[in-house]
Design a protein around this ligand. Structure first.
Ligand code: FAD
Length: 362
């Protein structure tokens, strides 16, 4: 190591809900920011993925953002501001949290690769190298939009967009759009786009709508299912397939306008549209992939965490600990990929990680 390298006990990568929760508990355990632990985030500003949410996502239309430990959301963003953009409100909240607990997040610092791990991990960034005894990865999914492969996908002459690219419905105006995907984002965005252009909704399987208000028991079951998958080394999979799409006012309205009559997956993509197995063709100007995200974990590739099941086998109380490498925790991953899950995962990861690093636990 050269003199510019930093030695720390724990590196936290990412300062979204998950990374901030971990930072809080590291601080609470007696480690000093920028000495015992460091939080690195590649964004210019606080907010995690929330700073990129599209403008129509307001505090009213999001599922809900759980309070981080020690600071109420409503103390930073008054509840009467429910029409405020989530992309403003949540970053404001995270910023207040970082300040209140003096977490000193280092940004913008982008981690390119993590290797080693005998004694210490070598965490390479665009601002130098950190040597850490333990690693908490909290990099979310926003950097890794997922688009499924279809034959002919490269021949399409129109535009292809992903949820990540969405800003407002305006750029779809007058352009026939095929919306692919069966999740909440797909439904919310079809509602918006179908007001300015014609749309066709395509989903692989029949979407499941849930008429009743959110049932915590159903939520727990969904999380348990994902947890079971990652403990067996499988990729996490989707939670919505278990909980269903909540039938909101917006969904009712979209339904009554007929825009939620879905078609099954097409067989191939052609230069001017898509074709189903039975030969039916539909012209399209835009294919809009609302097909979700995968975990941003490419920088961890040298650690060889992936197993034969195609996923990473997880262990520990909340399945945040990598079974093959107990000094690596993944939070905001799999069962903890929600704001409430991220809170709990941060706490569990810190407790377990510090217990595995000799002489750190005060
Ligand atoms: P993120 O918020 O994505 O934070 C990850 C951070 O890591 C980012 O700041 C990023 O810049 C940084 N990073 C990534 N890679 C690197 C790197 N290599 N080096 C350095 N830094 C890096 N959940 C809810 O609970 N309620 C909701 O209402 C809700 N609505 C959602 C709506 C949409 C459209 C989407 C896509 C998700 C929604 N979720 C919701 C899920 C939500 O995003 C997560 O629960 C949670 O906010 C993710 O937090 P995180 O800390 O894991 O990741």
């Amino acid at each position: 190591s050269n003199p510019q390298d930093s030695m720390v006990d724990v590196v936290v990568i990412g300062a979204g809900q998950a990374g901030l929760s971990a930072a809080f508990y590291l601080q609470k355990s007696g480690l000093e920011p920028n000495d015992g632990f460091v939080v690195l985030d590649q964004s210019e500003r606080p907010g995690g993925a929330w700073q990129h949410r599209w403008p129509s996502l307001t505090l009213e239309t999001v599922n809900g953002v759980s309070d981080l430990p020690g600071l109420k959301f409503s103390d930073v963003v008054p509840v009467e501001q429910s029409s405020v953009h989530a992309s403003d409100a949540v970053p404001r909240y995270y910023e207040a949290f970082e300040e209140k607990f003096d977490l000193r997040v280092q940004r913008p610092v982008s981690v390119s690769v993590v290797c080693g791990g005998e004694e210490r991990f070598r965490v390479e960034t665009d601002r130098g190298i950190y040597w850490a005894r333990g690693l908490i990865n909290a990099t979310g999914t926003w950097e890794k939009p997922f688009i499924p492969y279809y034959p002919g996908i490269d021949t399409f002459r129109g535009r292809q967009l992903h949820t990540k690219d969405y800003n407002t419905a305006d750029e779809f105006r007058g352009k026939h759009t095929i919306v692919v995907g069966g999740g909440i984002s797909a439904v919310q965005l079809i509602d918006e786009i179908s007001r300015v252009t014609s749309t066709t909704w395509v989903t692989r399987s029949e979407p499941v709508f849930r008429d009743a208000p959110f049932d915590p028991e159903l939520g727990r079951r969904a999380v348990a299912l994902v947890e079971d998958r990652v403990r067996r080394g499988l990729p996490p999979g989707s939670v919505v397939s278990v909980t269903g799409i909540p039938v909101t006012e917006q969904v009712r309205d979209a339904r009554s306008r007929g825009v939620l009559d879905r078609k099954p997956a097409f067989a191939r993509i052609e230069p001017d549209g898509v074709r189903w197995k039975d030969g039916t063709f539909e012209r399209a100007d835009i294919i809009f992939w609302c097909t979700g995200f995968r975990s941003s974990l490419d920088h961890l590739a040298p650690l060889g965490l992936r197993g034969q099941g195609g996923g990473i086998t997880m262990s520990g109380r909340l399945a945040t600990q990598v079974a093959a490498n107990p000094r690596v925790h993944l939070i905001g991953y799999g069962p903890s990929a929600s704001t409430i899950g991220a809170n709990r995962a941060g706490r569990a990861a810190v407790k377990e990680l510090l217990a595995t690093i000799d002489g750190v636990n005060p």
